[in-house]
Write a protein that binds this ligand. Sequence first.
Ligand code: IFM
Length: 466
Amino acid sequence: MTALDARPDTRANLRFPDAFRWGTATAAYQIEGAAAEDGRTPSIWDTFSRVPGKVRNGDTGDIAADHYHRMREDVALMSRLGITDYRFSIAWPRVQPTGRGPAVQKGLDFYRRLVDELLTAGIRPVATLYHWDLPQELEDAGGWPQRETARRFAEYAGIMASALGDRVATWTTLNEPWCAAFLGYGSGVHAPGRTSALASLRAAHHFNLAHGWAAQVLHAALPGSAEVSLTLNLHAVRPHSDAAADIDAARRIDAVGNRVFLDPVFHGRLPEDLLTDTASVTDWSFVQDGDLEVASTPIDSLGINYYSPTVVAAGSCEGPSPWAGAEEHVQFLPAPGPRTAMDWPVDADGLYELLARLRDDLPGVPLVITENGAAYDDYADPSGEVHDPERVAYLRAHLTAVHRAIEDGADVRGYFLWSLLDNFEWAYGYSKRFGIVHVDFATQRRTFKDSARWYADVIARGGLSA
Ligand code: IFM
C-alpha cells in the first residue's frame, strides 16, 4: 500500500470503458541521459544540440532526467500512480550505434531491464522504435531523404523484435514523422536542421516506407502477438472563415500536415492535391513501384498526439517553413483562448474534432491518444510542493473531450499523458516543463505535482468526477 493507494470510494461521473488504458509517455533522448555510456554513439540530436543557437541555453540531452540510471525509481513512481501502460522510446544509437550491423548487448540490456521492471510492476510496455534520435552516421550518409535509411530502420526493427518481442505487447514504429520530416528537414528547427522542401517531402515518403517495412518485420517476427501502431501528430486544422480561399488554405495544410501520412498508410495512395500543391518542389519520382503498398501494410491501431488546434487563412508566411510550399498560400492565425507556457492555445474541442474525423474516415481503426499534455512554469514552493492547477484544468478538459468522442462512437482505447517527467523539450531545452512529476535538474529529485495525484485519482475512479 503506497501513499497514492488510498483509492476513492466514489465512482466517476464521466466513466471510461473498463478496458481503457491509462498511460504516461516519454522519449529516450528527452529523459535518458547517459549519452556516451555503454556504447551509445551520437544521434542527430546530440549533434544538433551542440550547434550554437539551436537549443535554448545550449542545453543538451547528455544528462536529461538521468532516467538511464534512475529507471527503477521512475517505474516505481508510475506504479504508485496506478499507471496501466507506459509508452517509452528506444534510442536507436544505443542499441545499433552506427545504424548498421549487430546490436550492442549493453544497450539492449537496458531496455530488457526496463521491460522486466514494468512487467513486474504490472505496467504494460508500449515501445516506440523511433522518436527522432537517428544515429548520426545514418544522417551523414544522407538521412531520411535517402531510401537506404528506411531499409536500415527495418533491420533495426527486426533487432528489437528479437530482443523484446516476447514481452512488449505494442510496438509503435514512428513517433510524429511530420515533425521529424518537416521540422527536421524543412524549417530546420529540429535535428538535423536542414532547410529544404524537397528533402522534407523525400523524408516524409521514406518515413512511410520505413513504417511499412517495420510493420512487416514485426508481424513476421511476432506472428499473432505484435500489436503494431504508428503515432501521428495530426493537425486539427480550422479555416479562419467560410471564405473559399480560407477553406483552401486549410485543405493545403491538411494535405501536407495530415494526409501525407494518412493516405499512404491507410489507403496506399498519395493525396492527389498534395501532388499538385508540391509540383514546383518535386515530381515525387523518388516513390518507387510497390512503395505505397508497403506503406499501407495493415496495422492494429493509430496513435494520435494532440496539443492544440491550427487556425489558417489565405495569405502567406515568411521565414524557413516546414510547409513545403504551402506557406506561399497560407497564413497561420492565433487561436483564441488561454495559452500554455509553449504559447500553444488550450482548446480541447480540437481533440474532439480530430477523433470525430478519424471515426468517420478510418472506420475499424482503433485509436489511442499517445500524447496529450501541457507545459507550464512549474516550481517547487518552499514546502516542496508543486501546484499546477492549469495543467489539471487542461487535462480535465481534454479527457472530457475524449470521453465525448467515445460516447459519439470513436473507438478510443487509451490515453497517454505527456509526460511522466519534466524533460528535454527539444529546441526549448529544459525551459519547458511537461511532466506530472517535477524534476529538479540540479539534484534529479522527483516530486509529484498536483496533476500527478489528480491523474492517479482519475485512473483509480476509471474516469472523471465532477
Ligand atoms: O516533447 C514533445 C514530444 O517529444 C513529441 N510530441 C510533442 C511533445 C511536446 O512538444
